[in-house]
Write a protein that binds this ligand. Structure first.
Ligand code: NDP
Length: 400
């Protein structure tokens, strides 16, 4: 018997709500709250009032408001699928009410495009002392990529040395320019300086300045660009044998051209500007005119391939494996009415919640995904629509 409060009603939440709704034996009572309550109501209509028991309007930037709602609903777990800005107020409310917490993206301050775990890791002792748990980054990347790495460390290597996380969306949504998850968060992420870990140090690169053409399973060769991604920070901390860790994402020429133009004319800036007597943030305005990622699903063709290339030592010999998942946009649309990027995030959020609720992954404190036994999570992935594969590579596509 468990009761969850899901915060946020966007693309990712839609998938998590629908997946949780199908497992009444674990999620017998689902409550949904978000800034725009009409989106919660629409989702409730879709899955039925017997599964989503009640919906609420909530400003999750306000910890007191979240605390009040938690006291009213009394959930066993809060699943935060709003935006990274809300992580800390929601964690504060969980702390005040003694409630477990899960999210899919680490905190970043609204006025500075900088995401780091330090703010959430600072809650470690407070959560431990309160006897409650926070599971950080239970999406695909971060999330499944952390679990893939932990799985490789457990079953395939004595020591992991090199990690390259690759994220390819080989899909076509037919729009000139659109992001696959929240445009504001996505554009803040990809316009930042690149960063990777090597020999104990973080090294920086100019944004999207390092390219490598990689061959993705069932997709083909795609230009992939090195960028910083949050799971690198926790994985190198928790798997200290790693000598180098990098993250690569594919972008098409058309996407990059649009991005360059938007950046060039200041539309991706987070500095407020004066407009007709009020202050507006260009990137927030841009989000308002771009397609809603949740609306891309219809007619979206192709698939994603996200995985981890890992090189290390087993029984004295060096080897490389690739653990990956392919996820088809049309299939996820048919199953839950969502595109594959929302799906590959929303399903792991449901799985993380399930493992917390049934006690499989449960300990007081603040944890990243690679800190738990990966096996039960890997088992659930296949069962809930994200089958994975391990490829033993003759040689790594990445030079040392
Ligand atoms: P959306 O923009 O589609 O949805 C975000 C939801 O949060 C919206 O319903 C929004 O409300 C709501 N929200 C925003 N601010 C507040 C607030 N102050 N109080 C209450 N609700 C609020 O985003 P996505 O679904 O695409 O992404 C959700 C999260 O998942 C993000 O944090 C994103 O970074 C993360 N993510 C993680 C991935 C991973 O693999 N780990 C991959 C993709 C996304 P409104 O409708 O009013 O705007």
């Amino acid at each position: 018997m468990s009761r969850v409060l899901i915060i946020g009603a966007g693309g990712v939440s839609t998938v998590t709500v629908k997946k949780c709704a199908r497992l009444p034996e674990f999620f017998d009572e689902i409550y949904l709250a978000s800034r725009t309550v009409s989106k919660c109501e629409a989702l409730q209509q879709e899955v039925g009032e017997d599964r989503v028991k009640a919906v609420f309007a909530l400003d999750a930037d306000n910890a007191d408001e979240v605390e009040k709602l938690i006291n009213q609903v009394k959930p066993d777990l809060v699943i935060n699928l709003a935006l990274p800005y809300q992580d800390l107020p929601i964690m504060d409310a969980c702390l005040a009410t003694g409630t477990d917490y899960l999210d899919t993206a680490n905190y970043e301050p609204k006025d500075e495009a900088k995401f780091e775990y330090k703010w959430q890791w600072a809650y470690q002792d407070k959560f431990k002392n309160a006897g409650i748990m926070a599971l950080l980054g239970s999406g695909f990347d971060p999330g499944v990529t952390n679990v893939f790495t932990a799985y490789a460390a457990k079953h395939y290597f004595d020591e992991i040395h090199y990690l390259d996380i690759v994220d390819c969306n080989g899909g076509d949504h037919g729009q000139a320019f659109a992001t696959n998850f929240n445009p504001e968060i996505n554009i803040r992420e990809i316009t930042q300086r690149g960063k990777y870990f090597e020999n104990g140090e973080w090294k920086e690169t100019d944004p999207l300045s390092v390219r490598k053409d990689l061959d993705y399973q069932n997709i083909g060769v795609r230009p992939s660009y090195m960028m910083y991604h949050e799971e690198l920070e926790s994985i190198v901390k928790h798997i200290p044998t790693i000598k180098r860790a990098r993250f690569w994402m594919t972008f098409g020429e058309e996407y990059l051209t649009h991005l360059r133009v938007l950046e060039g004319i200041g539309m991706t800036s987070i500095e407020p500007v004066e407009f007709q007597g009020q202050k507006i943030v260009p990137l927030e305005f841009l989000k308002a005119v771009l397609p809603n990622p949740g609306s891309l699903a219809e007619g979206y063709t192709g698939m994603t391939c996200i995985g981890t290339y890992i090189t290390g030592i087993k029984d004295g010999k060096e080897k490389t494996i690739f653990i990956y998942n392919n996820c088809e946009h049309a299939k996820t649309n048919e199953e839950v009415g969502a595109q594959a990027v929302s799906y590959t995030t929303g399903v792991p959020a449901m799985i993380g919640a399930k493992l917390m609720l049934d006690g499989t992954w449960k300990k007081p404190g603040v944890w990243n995904m690679e800190q738990f036994d990966p096996d039960p999570f890997m088992e659930e992935l296949g069962k809930h629509g994200l089958p994975w594969h391990v490829l033993e590579c003759d040689e790594s596509p990445f030079t040392k």
